[in-house]
Design a protein around this ligand. Structure first.
Ligand code: GDP
Length: 489
């Protein structure tokens, strides 16, 4: 009863807020763009580059409104939600442009309002529209999105699923300590804070180890265990899955009862408010994926990325049975799946990367029985850290990429100092993309077909007047066209 009451009030509140939003939207049309992806996928870099290119009139030939000169001005405005941290655009741009270091990554939700003044392409629209679009960019960790399935799961189901994932062959070496500790725990014993803490710490250590693993294992919930935001150490995060609970109801005062209560509190006080306040109001969504890292790590990691993408898309699927999901799934009409960091490949491989992402997305769409929004894919680099060239080796001319590898990066025995520009032959993606999915080579980067070195952000060109030009990119304009082009038509 209590939970249906909450649902009802959520429902009423969101409906009212949306009506209010739509009504005021008549006067100042807005677009809420969600930017997500697992940690290190490139969210911070993407948002910084998007805003920088629009504000500084970057080269965006595939973004129609910009190409045809209809954008008069783009500028940052105060964001509408006072209780949400602002996306620290200026700090991130300083890091990228002045210091040539990558900015601090997304650790929690943040927001930024970018307003675009434009002239509509159609005379009809010019008569009726203000020629002004406010884009509210909402940056949030994909880890938090992946908490959505928890809303439909009991504690027993959550425990069962967590154990199954931990027992997958790719994970057993990382999960064995936690599994052993859980197996030695009696759920029926008296509730005890220290036992709860030990279990939660061991479970969190296992989740973090998966995250750090070079096989690029994808993320498992609860999302706040990996990205706690401001909740580090709070009791709502001090729980863990327990051994097989059967159908037995928890005895009051037992460890099981304590863990169940905390799990439910996590759903009520952490997961639900996050969806209600941030996700239900989105109109468009970009999901960034680090396909390069997965390809570098082998077929096991690609399969894992596919699993993560399936779970992310399932969050945006209609007919989940959950009111919250149905609400935002109906509202979001376009989703872009974007593989960033294409600047690690020569352009000859960009189409292959895009084909691989297309295949990944198609498989994820099928597996998630996804329907509803239009889904498109792109292989891009929000910030292009390299340029291209050729190197002669004997009689062969090899395509290379040229950039400044980050200090400490290595190829073979060469270690880079972070100052020297270097030409690197990055290798090709296979022409038969099936091999990426079915490949049986060992999961070690030694055997990878591409050579992956992280580069420093690029040195920006300056005009004769000393103005820095906008950040270079690959296909960022294509992403912009899909995400907002129609709203500037
Ligand atoms: P977040 O956790 O999703 O916010 O990820 P970030 O945006 O902080 O990106 C993580 C790291 O990926 C950065 O520090 C860069 O090293 C790298 N990266 C992200 N985007 C790009 C890109 O477009 N090109 C290149 N070369 N590297 C990128």
């Amino acid at each position: 009863m209590a939970s249906s009451l909450t649902t009802l009030s959520d429902e009423a509140r969101i409906a009212l807020e949306t009506m209010a939003g739509r009504a005021s939207g008549l006067f100042s049309p807005g677009l809420r763009l969600g930017v997500t992806g697992l940690s290190r996928a490139g969210k911070t870099v993407f948002i910084s580059a998007l805003v920088h290119n629009l504000i500084h009139g970057g080269r965006l030939p595939l973004f129609e409104a910009q190409k045809s000169g209809r954008i008069a001005r783009a500028f940052l405005e105060e964001q509408p939600d006072d209780n949400v941290p602002r996306f620290q655009y200026e700090d991130h741009i300083n890091a990228l442009v002045d210091d040539r270091i990558w900015p601090d990554s997304t650790r929690a939700v943040s927001e930024l309002r970018l307003t675009i003044e434009y002239e509509s392409a159609s005379a009809w629209n010019r008569m009726f529209s203000a020629g002004k679009l406010s884009v509210d960019i909402v940056d949030y960790p994909g880890e938090w999105l992946l908490d959505l399935p928890l809303l439909g799961k009991s504690f027993a189901e959550f425990s069962h699923d967590a154990r199954e994932m931990a027992l997958l062959p790719v994970r057993t070496d990382l999960s064995k300590d936690w599994l052993a500790l859980a197996a030695a725990t009696d759920p029926n014993a008296d509730a005890d804070e220290m036992t709860a803490r030990r279990l939660a710490e061991s479970f969190t250590a296992y989740l973090k180890a998966c995250k750090l693993d070079e096989r690029a294992l994808s993320t498992l919930p609860p999302g706040r265990f990996l990205m706690p935001g401001d909740m580090e150490g709070s009791p709502a995060l001090t729980f863990a899955p327990l051994p097989d609970l059967g159908d037995k109801r928890a005895r009051s005062g037992s460890l099981q009862a304590m863990m169940e209560r905390r799990y439910e509190a996590y759903k009520t006080h952490v997961v639900k408010p996050f969806f209600r306040e941030h996700i239900t109001r989105l109109d468009r969504q970009i999901v960034l994926i680090d396909a390069m890292q997965a390809l570098n790590a082998g077929a096991g990691a690609v399969a894992d990325l596919e699993r993560a993408l399936t779970e992310i898309l399932a969050c945006f699927r209609l007919g989940q049975g959950s009111f919250l999901t149905d609400f935002f799934a109906r509202r979001i009409d376009r989703i872009l799946i974007a593989a960033t960091k294409a600047d690690h490949l020569h352009h000859e491989s960009h189409d292959r990367l895009q084909a691989i992402v297309r295949r990944l997305a198609d498989r994820a769409i099928a597996r998630a029985s996804f329907s509803g929004a239009d889904v498109d894919v792109v292989a891009m680099a929000a910030v292009r850290a390299t340029r291209e060239g050729t190197v002669k080796q004997g009689r062969e001319t090899l395509p290379v990429i040229i950039g400044t590898p980050l200090s400490g990066e290595k190829i073979g025995n060469d270690r880079f100092d972070g100052k020297t520009e270097t030409a690197i032959f990055p290798g090709d993606l296979p022409s038969d993309i099936n091999s990426v999915f079915e490949d049986c080579r060992s999961d070690s980067s030694e055997d990878a077909t591409i050579r992956f070195v992280r580069f420093r952000p690029p040195k920006l060109e300056r005009t004769a007047e000393g103005l820095t030009l906008s950040l270079p990119h690959i296909r960022l304009d294509r992403a912009l066209q899909f995400l907002m082009g129609d709203r500037l038509a």
